[in-house]
Design a protein around this ligand. Structure first.
Ligand code: CTP
Ligand code: MG
Length: 230
């Protein structure tokens, strides 16, 4: 099967407190964004990549990529919210495709998971990677617990999220008109009234968000290197 990718890199990385876009931080001497891009450059199912960048960083990223990633079709400017950046990316994807939307800040998603996701989205319309919640989650108001949620029903959602492109474009267009802001792309599809299927992923697919995530990332890379040696 084939898919197109929208790779999101237009954030500011405020929670990382690095004074720059966190995707430029180096892991093992290579910017985080290039780790994520390599996954898709090397995946034979990936046809094309639309890279969504901050307007002021397009040139910088083009220099970084330096012609090494042949699947990048375009680097385009994103928007203020993540959802705006996704919308900009969707405008570049042709009808009839399966589109994957992925955070540039998740460099550890496995190819087997990506492929299962694409197959499920082709069948069901919308599919997302998720893992069962490990902690007990409580609802709290004014520092007082008001409810303990049933953990067996709770999943922690990651990216990529995959869609038949017509469906996700319709959901995003309606959200734009009705000024609906969702926390992820699948939530717009749910709000649009269409089903979303879960594909179980793994706990290594972290989103690098805060400083301690850089330590976890170095550990995962170290582990992968050791596995490759045996
Ligand atoms: N992103 C984007 N456009 C935005 C906001 C976010 O393309 N307007 C991208 C980020 O670059 C990131 C992904 O969406 O790869 C997930 O967002 P997040 O982890 O929140 O990254 P940032 O928004 O950069 O970080 P922060 O929220 O801490 O500022
Ligand atoms: Mg953000």
């Amino acid at each position: 099967m084939r898919y197109s990718l929208i790779l999101l890199a237009a954030g500011q990385g405020k929670r990382m407190k690095a004074g720059k876009n966190k995707l430029l931080i180096e892991l093992q001497n290579r910017p985080l964004l290039l780790h994520t891009l390599t996954l898709f450059e090397e995946d034979p199912w990936c046809d094309e990549v639309v890279l969504v960048a901050h307007q002021g960083e397009i040139e910088l990223l083009a220099d970084l990529i330096d012609g090494d990633y042949g699947k990048i079709k375009k680097i385009i400017p994103g928007g203020v919210e993540r959802q705006d950046s996704v919308k900009c990316g969707l405008d570049e994807i042709d009808a009839g495709k399966i589109v994957l939307i992925h955070d540039g800040a998740r460099p550890f998603v496995k190819r087997t998971v990506i492929h299962e996701l694409v197959e499920v989205a082709a069948e069901d319309g919308a599919a997302i990677v998720a893992v069962p919640v490990k902690d007990t989650i409580k609802k709290v108001e004014n520092q007082q617990v008001v409810d303990t949620l049933d953990r067996s029903e709770l999943w922690s959602v990651q990216t990529p999220q995959a869609f038949q492109v017509g469906l996700i474009k319709q959901a995003h267009n309606k959200a734009l008109i009705e000024q609906k802001l969702g926390t992820d792309d699948a939530s717009l599809v749910e709000w649009y009234g269409k089903p979303v299927t879960i594909v179980e992923g793994d706990y290594f697919n972290i989103k690098i968000t805060t400083q301690e995530d850089l330590l976890f990332a170095e550990a995962i890379i170290g582990m992968e290197a050791r596995n490759n040696d045996v």
